[in-house]
Design a protein around this ligand. Structure first.
Ligand SMILES: [Cu+2]
Length: 174
């Protein structure tokens, strides 16, 4: 194959590699729904502790997370992302505080979770001292922990195509 044609083929394959993942992102992603309660009495850790029940969820790759949060405590509580959380994810926390018996639904789309890239993201009550008393919830995303060790698909494809193209071109030059 002449080198110019090889580069064109490589370019077309590269364009396909970029376009396909972008269009594959759709809103019909699988959805994981979890009912959470915010509690300020009767928590497993003791009578003087606060808690979120359950305390964590393990999320599959590509899945939207929907949290239905009910304040079952005696006082007001909320649930926002911890300070160290990436902005893409942090913006999906609660924007108001719930009075006793109030419920709010938080929808956290997978792209925001993936962009944050945190294998463990923490939500906590933002009211003074509540997180320290145990009012925290963790989103575990095992697939994000693994992604550090494997090459990014887009870059891997690009790198392989570039190497092949340069190799073919160099061979022709000799
Ligand atoms: Cu609280």
């Amino acid at each position: 194959m002449p080198p110019a044609r090889g580069l064109i083929v490589a370019g077309v394959l590269l364009a396909a590699a970029i376009v396909v993942p972008a269009t594959a992102a759709q809103d019909d992603r699988p959805r994981r729904a979890v009912n959470l309660t915010l509690q300020d009495e009767g928590c497993p850790a003791g009578p003087d502790r606060f808690c979120v029940q359950p305390g964590n969820v393990t999320l599959e790759e590509g899945t939207d997370l929907v949290l239905r949060v009910t304040n079952e405590g005696r006082i007001a509580h909320n649930l926002t992302f911890a300070d160290e959380t990436a902005p893409s994810l942090a913006e999906h926390g609660m924007n108001r505080t719930l009075a006793a018996d109030e419920t709010q639904r938080l929808q956290i789309p997978w792209p925001a979770i993936e962009e944050a890239g945190q294998p463990n993201a923490t939500l906590e009550c933002g009211r003074d001292g509540h997180a320290a008393l145990g009012e925290v919830f963790t989103i575990h995303v095992p697939s994000l922990a693994e992604s550090d060790e494997r090459p990014q698909p887009g870059f891997g494809t690009l790198g392989a195509l570039a190497a092949v193209s340069v190799g073919a071109w160099a061979a022709r030059r000799r």
